[in-house]
Design a binder for this molecule. Structure first.
Ligand code: AMP
Ligand code: MG
Length: 338
């Protein structure tokens, strides 16, 4: 299959609109369209068409027991899919459109293939204008996971999507690099307090401030995880990822390896590694001054670049597990899992 890539600078321009109309036709026809969201690029299908959603699992090589997020562009659309509790209403008012996914009781309209047979459905209203326009143009909720081959780092540019999806899907909408760079925060909103299933840009601290508390799933329940996706290896480049908290630890790890690894670190750590005679070509500074937004935005691209350069060993800097740091560390730990 030939994969078309349409660059959209302004979804309201005439070329932007034409691209979105064509993308909507593909979605309505049960085909897949990759599109930018504020978190990562998504691989979308009509969420109400079971056969179309099945194509997502095939294109990604995604396990069938890992449910998808349904993306909406209005509360009316959301209410077709899920039963909003008072807490869900409140969180929607506060964080939608935006990088928050809520797990709620599902309505019968939602096909089993979207929810992997669960009684709940995950719903998000994205803020990216191309994503919102695509959903509106398609006039149906769009089921979409990240637009990567399962297990690989999530795509943050259309080029990343093309690496994994070229020839497998008819259309990629290129809206440039995403702004956040990590997948959405996922919360189960059925209980008294939000249950954080996947950390993201909307932090546990923010959720607790609004809802009185934020709960975390109990560790160790690998057979029946609260969120099925949590049990899978994710976000991993082909090389081995090692985590280091500072330049000293990075040097200790490097000393055990046969070749000099690639270092993905902060500007401050990069300066220290250079002082230890590590070649500049082996070091990539991804963020400075504790700027976690910058780190989140660049980490997946850096891991993919490491793949392209056939790096065997990659040392990545850890950050404190607070605020967005919790989401960054969640992805880094999975990337480092053997
Ligand atoms: P992705 O589509 O790759 O961003 O992953 C979506 C995440 O949301 C995965 O971790 C899924 O397991 C999780 N998820 C989707 N639907 C549900 C649901 N109904 N209950 C719990 N987790 C869900
Ligand atoms: Mg994913």
């Amino acid at each position: 299959m030939e994969t078309k890539i349409y660059h959209i600078t302004d979804p309201a321009s005439s070329t932007g609109k034409a691209a979105l109309v064509e993308a909507g036709v593909y979605i309505r026809a049960g085909e897949l369209v990759a599109f930018p969201t504020e978190t990562v690029y998504g691989l979308g299908a009509d969420a109400l068409n079971a056969a179309a959603v099945g194509k997502i699992f095939a294109a990604k090589g995604r396990p069938a027991d890992n449910p998808l997020i349904a993306h909406i562009c209005s509360m009316e659309m959301g209410e077709q899919l899920a039963k909003f509790t008072p807490m869900a209403q409140k969180l929607a008012e506060h964080f939608w459109p935006g990088p928050l996914t809520m797990v709620m009781p599902r309505h019968p309209l939602v096909p089993n293939v979207v929810t992997a047979g669960l009684e709940t459905v995950a719903v998000r209203w994205p803020s990216n204008p191309i994503a919102a326009a695509l959903i509106a143009e398609s006039a149906t909720p769009i089921a979409a996971p990240s637009a990567n081959t399962s297990g690989r780092p999530s795509p943050t540019t259309a080029t990343h999507v093309a690496e994994d999806m070229q020839g497998k899907i008819p259309l990629i909408l290129d809206g440039g690099a995403v702004t956040i760079g990590l997948e959405s925060t996922v919360v189960d909103v059925r209980g008294q307090y939000p249950l954080l299933l996947r950390p993201g840009k909307i932090t546990a601290e923010e959720l607790a401030e609004l809802c009185g508390d934020c709960l975390f799933p109990k560790a160790g329940d690998a057979q029946r995880p609260a969120s099925p996706g949590m049990k899978y290896r994710h976000y991993a480049p082909r090389g081995q990822v090692y985590l280091a908290q500072d330049a000293d630890e990075a040097m200790l790890i490097a000393a055990r390896l046969a070749d000099v690894p690639l270092f993905l670190v902060s500007q401050e750590t990069a300066t220290q590694l250079l002082a230890q005679k590590i070649a500049p070509s082996r070091i990539k500074a991804l963020f400075a001054d504790g700027n976690f937004n910058q780190y989140a935005q660049s980490i997946f691209a850096a891991l993919r670049d490491a793949d392209s350069a056939d790096e065997q060993n990659i040392v990545v800097e850890t950050v404190p597990e607070q605020g967005l740091g919790l989401a960054i560390m969640n992805r880094l730990k999975k990337a480092a899992a053997k």
